[in-house]
Design a protein around this ligand. Structure first.
Ligand SMILES: [Zn+2]
Ligand SMILES: [Zn+2]
Length: 121
């Protein structure tokens, strides 16, 4: 049941898993293309939006799941680079940058390892 929390009923095929959007219950052009077929009038093709499951995973959620660790690592690199560069050029703001960056690095690291440690559906 846990897996279904992230899924929503596919509006395209009305949860049947089969596309019948075109005339006479045939699959629509987009789904014909998704099934690597050409032409029209194909009946009973699996829905190209949900892959024939009748339920689809929200795309934004899928992207978020992948983006979060990437963003965390990028932020980490950016902060570390800022600290290293300011140290290299002996910036007068070095202490400020360090004071600003170190708690952020801690938060990002904590977030990253918490996200990785949590069970995935
Ligand atoms: Zn569908
Ligand atoms: Zn379709």
């Amino acid at each position: 049941m846990n897996v279904k929390v992230n899924l929503y009923p596919c509006a395209h095929c009305e949860r049947t898993g089969t596309c019948s959007r075109a005339a006479n219950g045939a699959a629509c052009a987009a789904c014909v293309k998704n099934n690597n077929l050409k032409g029209s009038g194909h009946v009973g093709l699996p829905c190209g939006i949900c892959g024939g499951l009748g339920h689809a995973e929200p795309k934004t959620e899928r992207i978020n799941k992948r983006m979060q660790p990437i963003l965390a690592i990028l932020t980490l690199y950016f902060l570390m680079a800022a600290v290293l560069i300011s140290a290299a050029v002996e910036s007068q703001y070095f202490t400020e940058i360090l004071a600003f960056a170190s708690p952020l690095v801690g938060v990002v690291l904590a977030f990253y390892f918490t996200a990785r440690g949590s069970p995935r559906p």
